[in-house]
Design a protein around this ligand. Structure first.
Ligand code: PEP
Ligand code: MN
Length: 296
């Protein structure tokens, strides 16, 4: 019996998914959803890499990152202009760059010919973000913002849906179904770490749920990507979690990088510097060979 027919926790099975969420459910064991975004293949052997700073802090920063993301051979430049920040005050250093950030992303896209992914938090910004972004990210905190999911889907832009850190796979797949129902099938699901009991909090804020990768691949054919940066919150662990994600079968990677991580305005412990990023990619190529995948 396939594991998916008897998941621990018993709130999920392939039959359950097929009945309740027919669009997201896997058709058969071999089936993979394949599509191309701005020339980059999803659902193939390739493991596309989304790299960049957490936040589009300034024009200078994002142009610098774009140059280095491109040089490293990564596929997408990623950065948030609209951000779900813990701190609400614009007077603090944690301020979003919003419309300006989107403008700078567009400039980076045009100058370095690199596709862009950025987060959408509210329907009212869809128009402006869609003019610059190749992929929309719906972040973990908005995973079940169903109105946003449906409106984002209607734009026909490819969407990365991040799993909320407290949600089950069933809830993630249910949220995904809300996107598919509107007719947009360019969908990518992302594991980004789950909350862990307070007894473990001294080592980690979240824990990458590696098991979610093979589990989701049994249940759905859509590409499953991994975000070791947000999961670990701690750059020294990003390389190991990247390699483990490849071994677990991920179909893409979000890796945060910043020219000067300690100066990052958001989560400065998380990004890799350029050199470390390049090292991770180099090592990942070796791991990919073992699993007959391709990275850069
Ligand atoms: C992000 O991708 O920058 C982000 C805030 O991630 P998450 O929604 O997974 O916390
Ligand atoms: Mn972030």
């Amino acid at each position: 019996m396939a594991i998916a027919n008897k998941f621990p926790g018993k709130d999920i099975s392939i039959e359950d998914i097929k009945t309740k969420f027919p669009l997201v459910a896997k058709k058969n064991k071999q089936h993979k959803s394949k599509f191309t975004v701005s020339g980059v293949e999803f659902g193939s052997k390739l493991i596309p890499v989304f790299a960049g700073p957490n936040m589009v802090e300034s024009e200078k920063l994002i142009l610098n990152c774009a140059k280095n993301v491109k040089k490293a051979g990564a596929h997408f430049l990623r950065g948030g202009a609209f951000k779900p920040l813990t701190f609400p005050y614009r007077s603090s250093k944690y301020y979003e760059t919003r419309e300006d950030g989107i403008k700078w992303l567009k400039k980076a896209r045009d100058k370095f010919e690199i596709p862009i992914i950025t987060e959408i938090m509210e329907e009212r910004y869809l128009d402006i973000i869609c003019k610059s972004a190749d992929i929309l990210q719906i972040g973990s905190r908005n995973m079940q913002n169903l109105e946003l999911l449906r409106e984002a889907s209607k734009t026909k832009k490819p969407i990365i849906l991040k799993r909320h850190f407290g949600s089950s796979l069933r809830d993630l797949l249910g949220a995904a179904e809300h996107i598919l129902v509107e007719g947009n099938f360019k969908l990518i699901l992302c594991e980004r770490g789950v909350s862990i009991p307070h007894t473990h909090k001294s080592t980690s804020r979240f824990a990458l749920d590696l098991q979610a990768i093979p589990a989701l691949k049994e249940l759905t054919s859509f590409p499953i990507i991994s975000d070791p940066s947000h999961a670990s919150f701690w750059s020294p662990w990003v390389p190991s979690l990247t390699y483990a994600s490849i071994a677990a079968g991920c179909d893409g990677l979000i890796i945060e990088m910043h020219p000067n991580p300690s100066k990052s305005k958001v989560d400065p412990l998380q990004p890799l510097n350029y050199k470390k990023f390049k090292d991770v990619i180099k090592q990942s190529r070796k791991i990919c060979k073992i699993f007959k995948r391709k990275i850069i």
